[in-house]
Design a protein around this ligand. Sequence first.
Ligand SMILES: Nc1ncnc2c1ncn2[C@@H]1O[C@H](COP(=O)(O)OP(=O)(O)OP(=O)(O)O)[C@@H](O)[C@H]1O
Ligand SMILES: [Mg+2]
Length: 516
Amino acid sequence: MFSLKSLPSTSAVFSAYASLAAFMMLVQSIFNQFIPHQLQVYLLSIFQGFFIPHSSSNNITIIIEEYEGYSINQVYEASEIYLKTKIDPSVERLKVSKAPREKTLQVTVEKGQEIIDIFQGVQLKWKLMTYENEKCDPNNRHSNYQQTQIERRAFELSFQKKYKETVMSSYLPYVLDKSKTLKEHNKVVKLYTYGHFAEDSGGGPWGSINLDHPSTFDTLAIESELKKTLINDLDRFVRRKEYYKRVGKAWKRGYLLFGPPGTGKSSLVAAMANYLKFDIYDLELSNIHSNSDLRRLLVSTANRSILVIEDIDCSVEIQDRGYHDDTFITSRNKFTLSGLLNFIDGLWSSCGDERIIVFTTNHKDKLDSALLRPGRMDMHIHMSYCSFCGFKLLASNYLGIQDHQLFGQIEGLLESVEITPAEVAEELMKDDDSQVALQMIVQLLLQKKTERDAAMDQDKEVECNGQSLCRINTNIEQSIQDDDENSPVWTAYVSQVEDNQASTKASAHGICDVVN
Ligand SMILES: Nc1ncnc2c1ncn2[C@@H]1O[C@H](COP(=O)(O)OP(=O)(O)OP(=O)(O)O)[C@@H](O)[C@H]1O
Ligand SMILES: [Mg+2]
């Protein structure tokens, strides 16, 4: 018999329990953090083997079929993507494939192959299964009953019954979420063009190819502040779904990129698409003949995309026949700028999510004020000539150098010479030898500087002539007023007129000298 005295006190029991709980938590955290996934699986299977009787009734299996009726089962799709990340060296059979336009090999599990995953300490067993399904096929002439066997695939997910709630409410949502991120990460960005690549159009008005444009924010030579602002703006835009809903605004953002040719407007669009993994729809206005054409095109663009209209200033015809004459252009077979803007402001933007619209132009000053009015385009981005900071990025990208003795000279020249990143890139590509390539940049900059100085001299001369003549007139008027025929200005003027030999320009200079 135990005496009451020999029993531990309640506080002692609680304190022992607290220490044990803390110890277990520490062990669990060490287990999760420091023990590799494969070893975790192994240890858990041994540990569970001791305590859990091998009764099948203790386990539960969820079947995740590939198709739900005629549509693909999203849980199956997500599981397939997710399990690709769980393939470790213990997996014995794999399937490898590659579609013609894909860049990398697709590795998937083979049927019958088991994959073990651990989630919050729970062991989950995945297995890909296939089964035959009978399907009525009117085209199969070999079968009396016109029945054909088709192979269906399904994942079996087994785990202990007691974790059903964890699996249903935490694990499967986690798999869905994770696969979405993975899908985004591996997504191949597409470039859609109206009327081109028709074989790839899938019946819609847009044809597509993979966007193989290598431009990214890392390769883009623009001011670092501008780059940071832009990236932040894009990040904020994509995470603001709820915000746009709350304030009752369509979830879209408009950018107007303006600047001289070769400053990276198109490259920036590609960088944005690559960064967000958004497809690009390149809308060429010259291919559009009516507002109904435009409506059809715009409604058939997908969410999470960038609609680009390049060189909007070249669409003068649209502006002329459209916006200004809006009152009489109501017929369905005309295309107008107001039609485009209406879509952007209203109908189209409210029927889609996460849309970005980009207009590019070389001449912002030529744009219709309807496009420039506040609120139409959210950001106006000036793409300008190459700065030294931009040059250094290009040199690093093209030549792989961070510094060079010619950098100082180039920096000085860039302060006064306008050169586009496209021109710099072209020179840098001409020679693998950094010394030679940079020397060519210096040559080009010096040549541009000479041309610019000459142009400035000419401008100055014209201005100086104008000012001098002005001053001469004033002086002559003064001389006449003072009746001072001996004034140096008057004398100079008279002698110049009498000589009648020098040009007006020279006269102006001569007189200028006398005056000064
Ligand atoms: N800012 C930049 N950073 C890096 N490369 C650039 C940049 N600007 C231009 N380039 C290079 O020059 C090429 C042409 O640039 P891009 O087509 O983007 O210029 P653009 O401003 O769209 O010109 P346009 O007004 O003629 O359409 C690019 O493929 C790229 O190699
Ligand atoms: Mg361009």
